[in-house]
Design a protein around this ligand. Structure first.
Ligand SMILES: [Zn+2]
Length: 569
């Protein structure tokens, strides 16, 4: 491709509203152009990258038996009503009318693929079956602000698998997990597999694939030693139990002027933060108020709490606390403090299970209890894991210190079970003659998001550094200066490389050397070949790999062979 003819040019000013590195670099380099928040045009360079990613995804999905199909983006609302996701996903659905009928622009395709498969499968012999597509998705994303990482219209590869039983799904799920890791490594990225929640209201099993980048919006809890990666929302960690060996001391009431923070509380009692028993009250849907107890130096993880109850919940308001005879900042689980309107029962994080001699409020302003002990002074209905794990915890597998790492989620896979097959009555006849619900899995990779993620993970102050496998071209050829000989050699090499089927972008413009070199760094093609009067004098070209700092001279006669070696991917 001749750069002078390429549609979409480099821009040297940062677009005013590019609020992420990927949007800034991809726009400046001429890969994409924003139409509206979270909605982008792909220019020829951008399409080439996307198509290469798509090809890698296709090859890996085909390798695990996936068959490519294409389902409509425009979907009648009634299939969404059938699963109830018209309500649960209401906030992100784009709706439209076609005549009298209501439609949605598909944010996902379970509602389309399940009835489709129902038309073609009858017997256990039809399984396993996996179909996938590369399709545009639409989600009314309130935070569309990270360039290609969070779009309102975006590309996705979504695969759905269908099985006669859980065991078959489990086996296939692991195969797809491997295929996903292949996709990321072939795209030049190292992905971490993280066990995740299948959503707060589900027991279902899922995994996320995350790529480390400083721009990541998600946090991964990571162990550098054993490489155990966890999703922040459900991460587990080890911690010490500082007071478990103590004798239970006599309960006593103390008058104390203190602030409401844990630190102020600990200071007022001259004790450590962990000795303060943190008591909070949540309003749980259909259940009412529930008290939660946790160590003062730990934070409560609402996601874990929601998963525990499998119901919606929120912290009680000040008015509600008053109604239950609870004094804000001095909430007490102590049995002696029970009042007529305060029949709240308490559950606790397991971190307090073996601890002794807590400090806690006495449900009266400026009055606390000291030496509070579980069982003797208060009851705990149940212990579970509610703690928000941070880098101050240790790895649950090997005990090494954990760290918090910023990541971009680059894909996820779910075991759906029979949720969708039941909603659409997708059944099959098993080998024993019984009619059973089909077991399903689903597997997503945001392919347009991958373009942005690769840029976030692989760039420097000058521009993008594409991995060879997804670069729009492999060679960025240019001649420098007005020298006729250099220009003629540039054109000759361009022809030779094209004949050799080497993907080459030739900067044939008559502009300054600085502009050409800066543009090449910004565009980020893996290999830059420069022809100039100086190098020609020795029958050389200058060879510079985008990922390396140093340039070297290579004999023109060796060039094609060396490029083939370099681009052998
Ligand atoms: Zn570890």
């Amino acid at each position: 491709m001749l750069y002078s003819k390429l549609f979409g040019r480099t821009k040297h000013e940062v677009p005013a509203d590019a609020n992420s590195k990927n949007a800034e670099l991809l726009t400046k380099a001429g890969y994409i152009d924003k139409l509206a928040a979270g909605i982008y045009n792909y220019l020829p360079l951008g399409i080439r990258v996307l198509q290469k990613i798509n090809q890698i995804i296709r090859e890996e999905m085909n390798a695990v038996g996936g068959q490519e199909i294409l389902m409509p983006a425009l979907q009648p609302i009634d299939i969404w009503e059938q699963t109830g996701r018209n309500k649960t996903m209401d906030e992100i659905l784009y709706r439209t009318k076609g005549g009298e009928k209501d439609f949605v622009f598909g944010p996902s395709h379970e509602e389309t693929v399940t009835p489709l498969v129902k038309k073609f499968v009858q017997s256990y012999k039809d399984f396993p079956l996996a179909v996938y597509q590369l399709q545009t998705k639409f989600r009314n994303e309130p935070r569309a602000k990270s360039g290609l990482l969070r779009g309102r219209e975006f590309g996705m590869k979504d695969m759905y698998s269908f099985h006669a039983n859980e065991k078959d799904l489990d086996e296939y799920y692991l195969k797809v997990m491997e295929a996903y890791l292949n996709v990321y490594s072939r795209c030049g990225m190292e992905a971490y597999v993280i066990e995740a929640s299948g959503g707060a209201f589900s027991d279902k099993y899922s995994h996320e694939f995350s790529i480390k980048t400083p721009a990541g919006e998600d946090i991964m809890i990571f162990c550098e030693k054993c490489k155990f990666a966890q999703n922040l929302e459900i991460a587990e960690g080890k911690y010490d139990n500082p007071s478990s060996d103590e004798e239970e001391k006599p309960l006593k009431k103390v008058e104390v002027k203190r602030g409401k923070s844990i630190e102020e509380n600990a200071r007022a009692h001259s004790c450590e933060d962990w000795r303060v028993l943190k008591s909070v009250v949540y309003m749980v849907e259909e259940m009412g108020p529930i008290g939660i107890l946790i160590r003062g130096d730990f934070q409560l993880n609402e996601e874990k709490l929601t998963r525990y109850f499998k119901k919606r919940l929120r912290p009680a308001t000040l008015e509600e606390l008053k109604k239950f005879d609870l004094v804000e900042g001095f909430i007490s689980p102590v049995l002696a403090d029970k009042k007529p309107n305060n029949k709240i029962s308490f559950i606790a994080d397991q971190s307090i299970k073996n601890m002794k001699n807590f400090v806690t409020g006495a449900n009266e302003k400026d009055v606390d209890w000291a030496n509070v002990n579980i069982g003797r002074d208060f009851e705990v209905k149940d212990f579970a894991d509610f703690v928000a794990v941070t880098a101050s915890f240790n790895c649950p597998k090997c005990g090494h210190k954990l760290s918090e790492v910023k990541v971009v989620e680059a894909g996820n896979i779910f075991k759906l079970g029979t949720k969708f097959s039941e909603a659409f009555d997708l059944k099959f006849t098993d080998s024993d003659g019984a009619a059973k619900s089909v077991v399903m899995g689903c597997y997503g990779i945001g392919n347009t998001r991958m373009v942005g993620t690769i840029v976030e993970a692989s760039h420097d102050e000058k521009g993008i550094i594409w991995p060879k496998t997804v670069a729009p071209y492999l060679v960025h050829l240019m001649h420098l200066g007005n020298d006729d000989e250099a220009k003629a050699m540039g054109e000759k090499l361009y022809e030779i490389l094209q004949k050799e089927r080497i993907e080459v972008l030739y900067d044939d413009r008559d502009c300054g050397a600085g502009q050409k070199l800066n543009d090449a760094d910004l565009i980020g093609i893996p290999l830059r070949i420069v022809v100039s009067k100086r190098t020609l004098a020795e029958q050389n070209i200058e060879w510079k790999e985008r990922a390396n700092k140093e340039a070297k001279n290579v004999k023109i006669s060796d060039l094609v062979e060396k490029i083939k070696e370099f681009t052998n991917i």
